[in-house]
Design a protein around this ligand. Structure first.
Ligand code: GTP
Ligand code: MG
Length: 202
């Protein structure tokens, strides 16, 4: 994907603050520390556009990044970096963990065209499954990205990825996308998936 420009637009703590533009949005969902902000930087060929955090799980805000591409079918859209889940110890339900604002964003935002669910390539944890199921039922089936594949050895990689794909019943038409924000492996494939989601809806 040829990125013409990418800018941080705003952080939002409430629905009233969301951008009013009529552009498509792509949301990044996943556990704290799984690599959401790093993935956004990698996709946009930038180093520090999205803040890679030292203190995970503290923020409860949505960050909107406006992207302009050279692709005539896509042109401009937002990438939306969501707060990570899984750090709120007391909460049992997704509602309690994410709060109504994020849940409302994922289920009711008309211009939200694609949801990326990031899971650590080394293995799923319970919140990953529950989020996956919840997204399928209440929002939309996510594109599942296995992050940090560079941390796996060649041998481990095949087994771990196969286990994740099997647990989530992913297959050829809904692939698991291995990604490394360090080597940028997966970037072209993930852009193809995002483009298919955005392009088919416009
Ligand atoms: P929250 O904003 O707290 O929810 O975290 P996040 O999901 O945005 O994760 P972030 O991108 O801040 O990355 C967390 C840590 O993982 C950082 O130390 C990153 O450098 C590291 N990291 C992210 N992606 C990769 C990757 O592909 N490979 C490796 N080896 N490390 C990564
Ligand atoms: Mg982040």
């Amino acid at each position: 994907m040829k990125i013409v420009a990418a800018d941080f637009i705003k952080s939002c703590q409430a629905r009233e603050q969301f951008p009013h533009h009529d552009l498509s949005e792509v949301a990044f969902v996943g556990r704290s520390n799984v690599g959401k902000s790093s993935l956004i930087n990698s996709l946009l060929y930038r180093r520090r556009l999205a803040k890679v955090s030292g203190t995970p799980g503290k923020t409860r805000i949505l960050n909107f990044f406006l992207v302009h591409t050279a692709d005539p079918r896509l042109r401009s859209f937002y990438l939306v970096d969501l707060p990570g889940y899984g750090y709120a110890r007391v909460s049992k339900s997704l509602r309690a963990q994410w709060g109504p604002m994020i849940e409302g964003y994922l289920t009711g935002r008309p211009c939200l065209r694609a949801i990326l669910l990031l899971v650590d390539a080394r293995g799923l944890e319970r919140p990953d499954w529950t989020t996956f199921e919840w997204l399928n039922e209440a929002a939309r089936p996510p594109i599942v990205v296995a992050t940090k594949v560079d941390k796996l050895s060649h041998g481990e990689r095949r087994n771990r990825l196969a286990a994740i794909a099997e647990t989530l019943s992913l297959s050829a038409d809904r692939p698991l996308i291995p990604y490394s924000s360090i080597t940028h492996e997966g970037r072209d494939e993930l852009w193809r998936e995002i483009r298919a989601m955005l392009g088919s809806m416009t």
